[in-house]
Structure formats: structure tokens, C-alpha cells
Design a protein around this ligand. Sequence first.
Ligand code: SF4
Length: 324
Amino acid sequence: MTTILKLENYKVYYETPNGYVRAVDGVNLEVEKGEILGLIGESGCGKSTLVMSLVLPKPPMKIMGGRALLGKIDLTKLSWDERRKILLTKLSIIPQYALDALPVIKKIGAFLSDLAKDKNIPEDQVIEKFIERIKLVGLPTNVIDMYPLELSGGMRQRVIIALSTIFSPDLLIADEPTSALDVSTQRQVLELLRNLRDTGIVKSIIFVTHDIASVRQIADRIAVMYAGKIVEISSVEEIIKNPLHPYTQGLIRAVPVLGINYKKKRLSGLPGQPPNLLNPPSGCRFYPRCKYATPKCIKEEPPSVNINSRIVSCWLYVKEVPKK
Ligand code: SF4
């Protein structure tokens, strides 16, 4: 299997007057060619920081260590000019709040001419590529002559998808791409993203969300993030049917199940709050909320263990080596 993205002990902090906020703190993660990896977790767990830092790490965000290999390119070492060259061609993003990402005072066509200049590619080639994509996303070609304000939310999201995949990037990051859309448009956007992967227009996708229902519809594997760390990675079915990490168990329990009357049965959400990442707890970062926590969890950070190709970071799954 070919690995498209490999993160090794990757750390991204925010510099603040009170110290560093350890938003992404030692993440190891691989995205394989042809896969859609769902990245899930509560707000503030570091998932958006992680993906934005790959695309555009700008202050107060600071890459503090590790490597982020996109093929052979270490993204942590790129200058701004080198990064600009690979954006849209090798790595692309549908940003959070993408609906506001298009400049309202410019027609889509004017935006394409800017893009052609920026990439030093003849404008007619860029327009030709865009028309190919715009047909694929199911929009009429006359959107080129329209202002973003003239488009509905769903149409604007499709334009953003067409633009972000215009040069067939190896890796597409979709950061909460459906959160501002109505349910039927959400489903269409998920189908569109899967189609982009199935037709090979993008090789792999990282789909960032806090919504388990949508990640379930689109992803092959899921990585669960908590307080700056990846705590579990498994296939979608395994995570949904048999979550291993106590945090993942809480997340799955918090999802409503069809057929249950929640007036009678309360949704069992996760009690407590995530820790302050300016000063995270020692040991396992989930221990203040974990009903299985032991003194060892408070003192020592659990290692990541591999159980039948599932990765989990929790002392419950670490086998004690018998003393001789
Ligand atoms: Fe809970 Fe301990 Fe596992 Fe952390 S390491 S999730 S505190 S049991």
C-alpha cells in the first residue's frame, strides 16, 4: 500500500502571552492512497489545527516538532514559495466556513484569472479544467459569469469543491465541509467527495468532522482525536460497533440511535470538559473524565498499541510483561 501522508510525532502549538497551547501534541498518523480517513473529536480537540497546519501554518500557530511527509516532501520544512507551489496541485483544502471563502465582489471567472496568474498557467487551460470540474459537481458552466452572492450555499460549496480539486491534488482535506448545509445538500456533498476519490481525481481525503453520522457515510477508517492526541484509529465498522478507547465509547454513546425514545432514555453524553491545553494533565489527558482511570493513568502517558491493525492509546490495552 502507498502512503500519501505520514505524520511522525507531529506537534503544533499556539504561542500566547501565557505560554504554549499544545493543540497538536505528538501525533502519529498515516493516510493511505485511495482512502478516506475521517478525523473526529469534540470542538477544540486540535483536528482543525492539525489540518490547517499542513496547508498554511501561520502565527500564532507554530510547528514545534516531528515530520509531516506528503510523499517525499516534508511539509514542516517548506518555505512559503515552496508551499504555494504544491497547494492545489499536491495538497488542497476545503476550509471550514468555505461558504465565505470566495471574494463576494469578484465573479468566479475573475477568480480563475487570478489563479492562472498565481500558478503561471495559461488562463484558458485553467478555465477548461474548471469547466470539467464544474460539470462533475453538477453545476451549469455559466457560474463562471456569476458572483458568489448569486449562488445558494450548496452551489457555493460545489464551486469550492471544483476549485480545490482543479489540479487533481494527491490529498484533499475537507474541514467540516457539510456543517453549514441542509441535510439533503449534505448528502450530495458527501457523495461528491466520495466520487472524487473513486474516479481518482484526488488520491486520498481527510474528512474532518465532529459529526459521526456523516463520517460513517463516507470514511474508510476513523482517527479519533482528544486534547491534541490521536487516541484510536480503526475501520469505520469497528469504531461504531466496538469502540476501544473510553473516549471513543463516550462519543459513540452520545449519538442518537434510530428507534429509541429519548424522552424516556437520556442520551449518555460525555461528562466533564476537555483539559486546558495551556497546561494539560500529565499522564493520560482523558483521565479526569475517565471512569476506568487508575493511578498509573494519572502519572504515565499510555503508549499506542496495535490490536489486530487497530491502534489505541490506553493503559487498559497494554499487556503487563510478567516479572521473571
Ligand atoms: Fe482511561 Fe486510563 Fe485509558 Fe486514559 S489510559 S483512557 S485514563 S483507562
